[in-house]
Design a protein around this ligand. Structure first.
Ligand code: IMP
Length: 448
């Protein structure tokens, strides 16, 4: 794997001069599940800090290492790289019980956690009442359900905006924590009292369980903004890890079928405590086709044999919920929007090998709405109900792609596909992945 070695270098070999830090943001360019975990794990080999900046344990970032599969839901995907400090940023909503479980599932030692994990004091907690509320709201939505992961994400962010959240730093003083918890639970009393959720809103039960877990993690609580600024001043490499994807952004996504955080690159600033000038390169991860899990518009969705084939070949089942993902061709209209919303410097095109067996590959280059051709995402949400994708077909390569020989060794039709995507989007495809392993990456433009 010569190419990989050249691209990654050793950690020593990539150290920067003091004051010459580099930073990069990795976001999902589609509806999540693009393969961000693998990319963050790979780039973490050259980073000093990895910062998760939004979302919660609704994410499922998968990393294959040897014969082991690791799925990170809340831990940053840099945890498998010794020497990298991983930060849970202020834009995240954190379920402490799930964090504790994940640490044991992944098998990270307490010593490693103490040395390498930090949690922003401003991170809001997901409490049992949030999960109960997520479940109850989803079931009362009936046909209009969003298809949430039921991890309490939306209700936890409601508390943040409502100023009724309990944050990590609140747990450092028991009296203060009890006051904050009372306010948080009080704000839900009317809607949940007397229901099956009364247990989830039980003050003493929530207080004792949360404090027990919080005590374990108290030494990790920090001012993430100051920590990252100090790292910057020392010339450290920072990597900001987004979760979900651009089209699930609470503002810019397919509202209301979205998650409740800012998944776009701008979220890296507010969710980490760094200013916009601290951001260097911005990469959007996109599959070579498109998937979506949960409800909501999906213009290139393929219902039938081809969609089923993409799902089976790509193993498109949720890493968090195991739900089958909806599958379709690559959507250039949607991706152009992602390029703009995130100021993408480049695309990381993943899972190219899933297309190996297709004799022709569809790409949506425009939409047709009520007979009108559109090259931008429709403003009117009602238009999305009748949107029809205009599909151009490109020749498939009908050969096994592998990263081993580098970009030039890819089949000509596969390179054609990659280069057509670059032309359509107007940004380079900086990396390509074909295969699960950490090393199955072709780097065309180094990040750090
Ligand atoms: P929530 O984030 O659990 O509230 O779910 C809101 C929407 O975002 C649902 O359609 C979920 O399926 C989707 N979603 C949340 N997290 C992920 C993810 O990590 N990958 C893909 N979809 C996600």
């Amino acid at each position: 794997m010569l190419l990989l070695r050249c691209a990654v270098g050793s950690r020593e070999g990539t150290k920067r001069k003091r004051g010459h830090m580099a930073s990069a943001v990795i976001v999902g360019a589609q509806w999540g599940d693009e393969g961000k975990g693998k990319i963050v794990d790979f780039l973490a080999g050259q980073a000093d800090f990895v910062v998760r900046f939004q979302g919660g344990d609704n994410a499922g970032h998968t990393v294959y290492l040897g014969d082991r599969k690791y799925v990170f839901h809340i831990l940053p995907s840099g945890m498998l790289r010794p020497g990298v400090t991983c930060v849970i940023g202020s834009g995240v909503v954190l379920n402490l019980r799930r964090l504790a479980d994940e640490i044991s599932e992944v098998g990270i030692s307490e010593q490693d956690i103490t040395a390498r994990l930090r949690i922003s004091g401003e991170t809001a907690l997901i409490l049992p009442c949030h999960m109960a509320r997520d479940r109850s709201e989803e079931s009362s939505r009936g046909k209009g359900r969003i298809g949430t992961t039921q991890r309490g994400i939306g209700p936890a962010y409601v508390d943040v905006a409502n100023r009724t959240a309990v944050r990590m730093a609140d747990t450092l003083d028991e009296d203060w924590f009890r006051k904050r918890l009372a306010i948080c639970l009080e704000s839900k009393r009317d809607s949940l009292e007397g229901s099956e959720f009364s247990e989830a809103c039980d003050f003493e039960k929530t207080a004792s369980e949360t404090l027990r877990l919080a005590r374990r993690f108290a030494p990790l609580v920090c001012d993430a903004s100051a920590l990252l600024e100090e790292a910057r001043a020392k010339g450290k490499n920072l990597l900001f890890e987004g979760a979900q994807g651009t089209m699930l952004d609470v503002h810019a996504g397919t509202y209301p079928y979205v998650t409740s955080s800012n998944t776009v690159a701008g979220g890296a600033c507010v969710g980490s405590g760094v200013g916009p000038r601290a951001i260097g390169r911005i990469l959007g991860v996109a599959k070579a086709y498109t998937t979506r899990v949960g409800e909501g518009p999906f213009p290139t969705e393929l219902i039938g044999e081809t969609g089923e084939r993409l799902r089976e070949t790509g193993g498109e089942y949720g890493a968090t919920t195991r739900r089958p993902r909806r599958c379709g061709w690559l959507d250039i209209v949607q991706l152009r929007r992602a390029v703009r919303l995130n100021s993408l410097d480049g695309i990381v095109l993943t899972k190219l090998d899933v297309l190996d067996g297709f004799d022709r590959i569809g790409v949506c280059t425009a939409y047709r709405v009520k007979g009108r051709c559109m090259t931008e995402w429709p403003v009117n949400p009602a238009d999305l109900e009748s949107v029809e994708p205009e599909i151009e077909f490109m020749p498939g390569w009908l050969a096994a792609t592998s990263c081993a020989g580098g970009y030039d060794a890819l089949p000509a039709a596969a390179r054609n596909y990659v280069e057509a995507v670059e032309k359509w989007l107007g940004v380079p495809v900086a990396m390509v992945t074909a295969g699960k392993e950490r090393d199955d990456i072709i780097v065309r433009q180094p990040v750090f």
